[in-house]
Design a protein around this ligand. Structure first.
Ligand code: ARG
Length: 298
């Protein structure tokens, strides 16, 4: 009995020590309000045009997400939404930025193609901060790209299988000057990398192995032996579609299992309700593009 209690005590102490070690880093984000969000076409298995969407509720839930990011101390820029572009709320798809370079998106489906220009204009309007690189290959921005500045000196993780073309991975590597590791997504429910894997801090990730091919699972195990592993229920609750500042992990409120695993690993889960946007096949991360400004301006 005494041994069991002291074992538990040692475990709790360890969790507290790790939690102190998780340091948040202030971020800059770009978001777009879901004022025109509806589900009038279906381009992923989550979208069902016969399910009604409450756009006002989507806006309210999104506003809480925006406020949460601000309350955590981050800078949040807002991209004006456009009528007839209902998926524009998923701002993460518009580009992929590393150290002041914005590698633009090129969407797979015609319904979303015009969104790329809205993002391009945003970067081009700020030439002192951003160098914009026009892509030649289909890629959906941070939907399929993640960046870990302290892993192996700066590592890009790049998904393919449903949206982004593998050729875009080498194009991103060239544009951003960081190695890009290609990961093959095999489950259509996890059609973007950012619903299957997330950066938790500058060097570690959480992911759901079942979303990846056997070879990509092997690659992930080799690169990230300390990763937080998410099960299918976590992934289906959009738990991995999270935004972390290295300590606070903003994630879908339904992902209670993953929240527990993150707490045990010393992170602080910050749950948010995003039920309406789930009908579009997205959650927290899809709504939030991280703007990584030039290192000199940090
Ligand atoms: N309806 C959108 C699509 O299928 C959802 C995009 C979600 N975004 C993301 N970063 N995973 O394209």
């Amino acid at each position: 009995m005494f041994e069991a209690v002291s074992g538990l005590g040692a475990y709790l102490l360890l969790v507290i020590v790790i939690a102190q070690y998780r340091k948040p880093r202030t971020r800059t984000y770009l978001v777009c309000p879901p004022e025109h969000f509806v589900v009038h076409y279906a381009i992923n298995p989550w979208m069902d045009t016969s399910t009604p969407v409450d756009t006002d509720l989507a806006v309210k839930q999104w506003e809480i997400l925006r406020e949460t990011l601000v309350r955590l101390g981050h800078t949040v820029h807002v991209l004006p939404p456009q009528r007839h572009l209902p998926d524009m709320v998923f701002a993460a798809n518009g580009a992929f930025c590393v150290d002041g370079v914005a590698y633009g998106a090129r969407f797979r489906y015609p319904e979303r193609m015009p969104e790329a220009a809205a993002h391009r204009e945003w970067y081009l309007a700020r030439p002192d901060h951003w160098r914009f690189v026009e892509p030649s290959y289909v890629n959906e921005g941070e939907g399929d790209f993640a960046y870990l500045p302290d892993a192996y000196g700066g590592l890009i993780l790049a998904g393919h299988g449903f949206r982004t073309e593998p050729a875009a991975h080498s194009e991103a590597q060239k544009a951003l000057g960081r190695p890009a590791v290609s990961l093959h997504l095999v489950d259509p429910r996890f059609y973007h990398l950012d619903v299957a894997l997330a950066a938790l801090d500058d060097e570690n990730v959480a992911y759901h192995p079942g979303a990846f091919s056997a070879a990509s699972q092997r690659v992930l195990r080799q690169l990230f032996p300390d990763a937080v592993l998410a099960d299918e229920a976590d992934a289906l609750a959009f738990g991995l579609n999270l935004v972390s500042d290295g300590r606070h992990v903003v994630l879908n409120a339904d992902a209670t299992g993953l929240a527990g695993k993150l707490s045990a690993a010393g992170y602080q889960p910050v749950p948010v309700e995003l039920s309406e946007l789930k009908k579009g096949g997205g959650s927290v991360k899809c709504c939030v593009a991280e703007l990584r400004p030039p290192l000199s301006s940090v």
